[in-house]
Design a protein around this ligand. Structure first.
Ligand code: NAP
Ligand code: COA
Length: 273
C-alpha cells in the first residue's frame, strides 16, 4: 500500500522557517498540500521563503518578528490566525548558536541563546495556544542533540535545548486533554546548514562528523521534514510528549566526536570564533 500524506486544507505555521532545516520543513508541508506561514527576524528572508513556498503551489504568507519580542510575535501569529483560522500544525525552530567555551562566553552571550531558544520557545507556545485546533493540532519543537548529551563549547545550547524538551513534555500533560499533541524533533548533523557551518566549519570536521553517524551520512532538511510530516499527521495520532532524534543514530554514538573537536578548536582560540 502506497502511503500519501495529504495536508491540503491544513494550516501549518513554521516559526524560524526562513532558512536551513526549518525552511526545508516548511517546503515539505507545502509540497504535501498545506498552506504555510513562516516567520523570522529578517523581512527579506521571510519574503524569499514565502515566494519559494508559493512556487511549490502552496498558499503562503509570512511575517517578521524576533521570538524574544513577545508582543511582535503574538501580533504576527494572531494575524495569520485571523486570516486562516485554527492551526493544524505548528513547528517552532527559531534558534541561535555559536561555539564558545564557558570561560570565554560572556553572560550576555549565554543569555542571548537562552533568550532565543528557550524563552523564545515559551513565547511561541504561549502565543499559539489560543490559535491551535482543539482537538487535532500537532505542535513540533525543533530541539538539538545538545539537549541529550553534554557538548564542549555548547553550554548555552545544552541548557536551552534541554529546557525546550521539558517544555514539550510539560505541555504534553497540559494540552493532551484538549486533543493537542506536542513532540520534539532532534535533528542530527544536517548538511549545508548554518548550524553545521558554525559547529563543523572545516571539511575535515564535516567528514569526521559524517563518519560518526551510524547510518554513514550527514542528514538533509528533507529528512527532518519527513519526520515532521509524520508527527503532524494522523499516523502519529497516539504520539505525544516524545523527544525524537532524527539523526541516523548519531546521539547513540555520542555525536561522533564533535564535542572533543569543539573543545580543542575553541581551546586554541581566544574570544569569539
Ligand atoms: P538557521 O538556518 O540559522 O535557521 C534558524 C532560523 O531561525 C532562521 O529562519 C532564522 O531567521 C530564525 N531565527 C533565528 N533567530 C531568531 C529570532 N531571535 N527570532 C525569530 N527567528 C529567528 O539554522 P539551522 O542550522 O537550519 O537550524 C534550525 C534549527 O535546527 C534550530 O532550532 C537548530 O537548533 C536546530 N538544529 C540544527 C542542526 C544542524 O545540523 N544545523 C542540528 C540540530 C538541531 P532570521 O535570521 O531571519 O531570524
Ligand atoms: N562567540 C562568543 N560570543 C558571541 C559570539 C561568538 N561567536 N557571537 C555572539 N556572541 C556574544 C556577543 O559578544 C554578545 O555578548 P556581549 O554583549 O557580552 O559582547 C552576545 O553574544 C549577543 O550577541 P549579539 O550579536 O548582540 O546577538 P544577536 O541577538 O544579534 O544574535 C546570535 C544572536 C549571537 C545567536 C547570532 O549568532 C544569531 O542571530 N544566530 C542565528 C542563526 C544561528 O545561530 N543559526 C544556527 C542555529 S543552530
Amino acid at each position: 500500500m502506497a502511503l500519501e500524506l495529504d495536508f491540503s486544507r491544513k494550516t501549518v505555521v513554521v516559526i524560524g522557517g526562513t532558512s536551513g532545516i526549518n525552511r526545508g520543513v516548511a517546503e515539505c508541508f507545502a509540497a504535501h498540500g498545506a498552506r504555510v506561514a513562516v516567520a523570522s527576524r529578517n523581512p527579506t528572508k521571510v519574503e524569499e521563503s514565502v515566494a519559494a513556498l508559493a512556487a511549490l503551489g502552496a498558499e503562503a504568507t509570512g511575517f517578521s518578528a524576533d521570538v524574544r519580542d513577545y508582543e511582535a510575535l503574538q501580533t504576527g501569529i494572531h494575524d495569520v490566525h485571523a486570516r486562516w483560522g485554527d492551526f493544524d500544525v505548528v513547528v517552532s525552530g527559531a534558534a541561535g548558536n555559536f561555539p564558545a567555551l564557558s570561560r570565554d562566553l560572556s553572560v550576555n552571550g549565554f543569555k542571548s541563546v537562552v533568550d532565543i531558544d528557550l524563552r523564545g520557545t515559551f513565547h511561541v507556545m504561549k502565543a499559539i495556544y489560543p490559535c491551535l485546533k482543539k482537538p487535532g493540532a500537532s505542535v513540533i519543537n525543533i530541539s538539538a542533540p545538545q539537549a541529550l548529551l553534554p557538548m564542549q563549547a555548547q553550554i548555552h545550547v545544552c541548557a536551552a535545548k534541554a529546557g525546550v524538551d521539558m517544555i514539550t513534555r510539560t505541555l504534553a500533560l497540559e494540552w493532551g486533554g484538549l486533543g493537542v499533541r506536542i513532540n520534539s524533533v532532534i535533528p542530527g548533523p544536517i548538511d549545508g546548514t548554518e548550524g553545521m557551518a558554525r559547529l563543523a566549519p572545516d571539511p575535515a570536521t564535516r567528514e569526521q562528523t559524517a563518519a560518526g553517524v551510524p547510518l554513514g551520512r550527514l542528514g538533509t532538511p528533507a529528512d527532518i521534514g519527513k519526520a515532521c510530516l509524520f508527527l503532524g499527521s494522523d499516523l502519529a495520532a497516539y504520539i505525544s510528549g516524545v523527544v525524537l532524534p532524527v539523526d541516523g543514530g548519531w546521539v547513540q554514538n555520542n555525536c561522533g566526536g564533535m564535542s572533543d573537536h569543539l573543545g580543542q578548536l575553541m581551546a586554541g582560540s581566544v574570544g569569539k570564533g
